[in-house]
Design a protein around this ligand. Structure first.
Ligand code: FAD
Length: 381
């Protein structure tokens, strides 16, 4: 009788998540507040985390990434977000750059740029301009073909990771449409100016970038050049929105940990704070905020993993809900901690400043509401 061979089950790439989370925990340690106060993340740490796949965890193995699902990368992002929102911002930016290359690049571009990003090179994604914030269709940056080169001219603002970047994925006008181009940060004609003293995510390396007659080989232009600007931008932003939403889950978890720890130990009026019902209500609200944001994020990540047509709306919904909950939740946590949370150099004060910015980036609250209002009308009227 022939022996039946039992096949070893192939482990899912998602099995790598716990190791990546441990790596983040170990490498951040208790340093997030010091990085926030200094406004700087250690570059060797960013390169090491990048080279170990943490910053581009959804990039498939064939391009050197861990190939996590969106759900697993989301939980990883929340974990990093609970430790340090500046580092999570780098993760969002790096992941968005990688996604733009994966989505629009040809095979050679993917091999080159994704290989670089998964080996520890760092990337910023540049949409915003002095005259084009919420209204990205007003972008004035131009990308034009000249023979076998492309020339980029324009000015970008608030580029996360800009100060650390080796590469910039720059969006601009291209003929009557739009294009994205991969620009080495040290290319002649590129200069940067760091954003001084940002309110939050202070160590994320925000910078303004000038591009003056930057001439690059034509293959720096990602495929799809000449696409409608909305289409190009929405595709890249969808990744960013999901990542920011999960980062907000992390902020809420950090706030829960700090506020519950404090309320369980600090005594006033002869009992611990948690026994005062109004304080307990704050904790309950934080718990509900974290649960709601997590479930909404799981839904959008499943949409991503399953290729659901709901993805774009689910991403706007998740980012809108999670950012609002994080901003209110961080304020609640400060309230529970009171003077113990009121000084810079602690996780709750940091969360309070970081969370507010989540209501501005990847589409502000108001822009999300406009998009979701249109969606509601289309579905429910
Ligand atoms: P504006 O567009 O001037 O808006 C000002 C206010 O008006 C907002 O409240 C807005 O919601 C409201 N508003 C505008 N239009 C409407 C409307 N039609 N209806 C109702 N309300 C409206 N950009 C990048 O390209 N890359 C990055 O990596 C990046 N990282 C960032 C990180 C941080 C921490 C911050 C703060 C910004 C970052 N940005 C980045 C820029 C960010 O995308 C923009 O700040 C954002 O799009 C809003 O643009 P704005 O600041 O010019 O505000």
């Amino acid at each position: 009788m022939r022996e039946r061979k039992t096949r070893e089950p192939v482990p899912s790439p998602d099995a790598a998540r716990p190791d990546l989370e441990r790596l983040a925990t170990d490498m951040v340690g208790d340093r997030a507040d010091a990085w926030d106060l200094a406004g700087e993340l250690p570059r060797d740490l960013l390169r090491e985390l990048g080279g170990k796949g943490l910053l581009t965890a959804q990039v498939p193995a064939e391009y050197g990434g861990p190939g996590l699902s969106s759900v697993a990368n989301g939980e990883l992002t929340a974990h990093v977000g609970s430790l340090c929102s500046s580092l999570r911002s780098v993760m969002t930016s790096q992941g968005m750059a990688a996604w733009a290359v994966e989505r629009f690049g040809d095979e050679e571009q993917k091999a080159a740029h994704l290989g670089a990003l998964t080996s520890g090179q760092l990337a910023g994604v540049a949409f915003s301009e002095p005259g084009a914030g919420s209204d990205l269709a007003a972008m004035a940056t131009t990308i034009r073909r000249e023979g076998d080169t492309v020339v980029v001219d324009g000015r970008k603002v608030w580029v996360t990771v800009g100060a650390y970047a080796d590469l910039l994925v720059v969006f601009g006008r291209y003929g009557t449409g739009a294009a994205a181009v991969v620009v080495p940060a040290d290319a002649p004609g590129v200069s940067l100016e760091r954003v001084a003293d940002p309110l939050g995510c202070r160590a994320a390396g925000h910078a303004g970038i000038r591009l003056e007659g930057v001439r690059l080989p034509a293959d720096s232009l990602l495929g799809g050049a000449g696409l409608p600007i909305d289409w190009l931008v929405t595709s890249a932003l969808t990744y960013g929105r999901i990542s920011v939403a999960w980062g907000c889950v992390g902020i809420l978890r950090a706030c829960l940990r700090a506020a519950c720890g404090h309320a369980a130990t600090r005594e006033q009026f002869g009992v611990v704070l948690a026994e005062h019902q109004l304080v307990a209500r704050h904790l309950a609200e934080l718990h509900v905020a974290q649960e709601a944001a997590t479930r909404c994020c799981e839904h959008v990540s499943r949409c991503w993993d399953e290729g659901s047509p709901e993805l774009v709306t689910a991403a706007v919904t998740a980012k809108h809900l999670a950012a609002g909950q994080a901003a209110r939740g961080a304020a609640t946590a400060v309230q529970v901690m009171a003077s113990a949370g009121a000084g810079d150099g602690g996780p709750v004060a940091r969360a309070y400043r970081d969370a507010k910015l989540m209501e501005i980036i990847e589409g502000s609250n108001e822009i999300s509401q406009l998009l979701l209002g249109k969606h509601a009308l289309a579905v429910w009227s």
